[in-house]
Design a protein around this ligand. Structure first.
Ligand SMILES: *Cc1c(COP(=O)(O)O)cnc(C)c1O
Length: 400
């Protein structure tokens, strides 16, 4: 008897991606995450990490992690609601709440878990979600898990979001208006003030995902709400500990009752083990640095302006970006992946991004600037980008 492989369709799909030039091998990082890192045996300028402030390998974070592992062990032993709430987890939550100037905070295992766990916990099938079309996958999954009705508005179109809320005025159920603070693929900033006004006018809950704004926007990196001066007007703020903070995790900030509700109902909190103590300790050390060294954030923004000006001078388009997330528009996905591979050979690592992560025809490489890059590294990166871009005909075809 010949046994057919019921998973063979996966192999066929992989083969079609190979044919299309969109198959991606995982590159292996063989050094700490630094502005120049070793991937696959090669030293390259690292424009592919979210380590905005250079904290991922900062000695103070590393030492804090080691000390916590020595003192409290490698693992927490349980989910938060059973016996896995260590005092250092509570210390981190109190620290973040104070930093963000809110009543309370809950830390999740990741930003993904924070979004998906929160939206699915607070809403049900009778409720409505009004969501930007470019919101992050973790928001989309949380919306789906909640089984609420999802109303998608065109990217950053606050007027359309308001119109949807107005149309829902007589509908029963709760309403949630949700946006990314900074959009992860385009690097543009959500129109928070207009969205908050729409939410207030129609009694909707306002939620913002500040994954790429945490440590980047606002005073000392307090995020989009601080950047726009909207303290007290956004009911739910999500942030991440995995990007600028340099470690791992996600958090939700808001009222004490919101946080206590999530302690009781957010499924990743209830059903998945808490962070190792080393993670919480390293995050605490990162918040010390955010508070004591705001000049790191200045350097991040200086580098961002410098790098973008050089790219524009060379003839590249960086799309709608307003932040250190720097898309370099290419067009077709296969070309973006090819560009990324050729750059790597020349000493720059910047990932290619195509459909389904971004719309068809809007493929790009995404260059992430950090505070830790030197001017010399950025100069070299632009020189290599320009050389490879010219060779591939990307600079002449570029019209956007
Ligand atoms: C990265 C990201 C997340 C997920 O954060 P992790 O901590 O890496 O899980 C959530 N939302 C947005 C907008 C992101 O860019």
């Amino acid at each position: 008897m010949t046994v057919s492989n019921p998973l063979s369709y996966l192999s066929e799909q992989l083969e079609s991606w190979r044919q299309a030039g969109t198959y991606q091998r995982l590159r292996q990082l063989e050094s700490p995450c630094e502005p120049v890192s070793r991937f696959d045996g090669r030293e390259v300028i690292n424009l592919a990490s979210n380590n905005y402030l250079g904290l991922a390998n900062h000695p103070k974070l590393v030492e804090a992690a080691i000390a916590a592992a020595r003192k409290y062990g490698a693992g927490s032993g349980a989910v938060r609601t059973i016996s896995g709430t260590m005092s250092i987890h509570m210390e981190l939550e109190h620290r973040i709440a104070a930093f963000k100037k809110v009543e309370a905070c809950v830390v999740f295992q990741s930003g993904f878990a924070a979004n998906a766990g929160t939206v699915s916990a607070i809403l049900g099938p009778e409720d409505h979600i009004v969501s930007d079309e470019l919101n992050h996958a973790s928001i989309i999954d949380g919306c789906r898990l909640s089984r609420a009705k999802i109303h998608v508005f065109p990217h950053k179109d606050a007027a359309r979001a308001e119109a949807i809320l107005a149309e829902l005025a007589s509908a029963s159920g709760r309403k949630l208006l949700i946006t990314d603070g900074v959009f992860s693929m385009d690097g543009d900033i959500g129109p928070l003030p207009a969205l908050v006004e729409a939410a207030e006018k129609h009694g909707a809950i306002m939620m913002i995902d500040d994954a790429h704004s945490s440590g980047v926007l606002g005073r000392n990196g307090r995020g989009t709400v601080d950047h726009f001066g909207m303290h007290g007007r956004v009911g739910i703020q999500v942030g991440t500990l995995s990007k600028a903070v340099g470690v791992l995790g996600g958090y939700v900030c808001g009222s004490k009752d919101l946080i206590e509700f999530l302690y009781h109902r957010a499924r990743p909190f209830l059903f998945s083990t808490s962070h190792p103590p080393a993670v919480a300790a390293a995050c605490l050390a990162a918040f010390d640095i955010l508070e004591q060294e705001p000049e790191r954030i200045e350097r991040l923004w200086d580098n961002t302006r410098y790098f973008k000006a050089a790219l524009h001078g060379a003839g590249f388009s960086t799309g709608q970006s307003e932040t250190p997330i720097t898309p370099i528009m290419v067009g077709e996905a296969a070309a973006a992946h090819q560009f990324s591979r050729e750059l790597f050979e020349e000493g720059v690592y910047s990932t290619g991004i195509g459909f389904p992560t971004v719309a068809k025809g809007k493929a790009r490489i995404r260059a992430m600037v950090s505070a830790a890059h030197t001017r010399d590294m950025l100069d070299r990166a632009v020189e290599i980008l320009t050389r490879v871009g010219k060779r591939m005909g990307l600079l002449t075809a570029q019209s956007v």
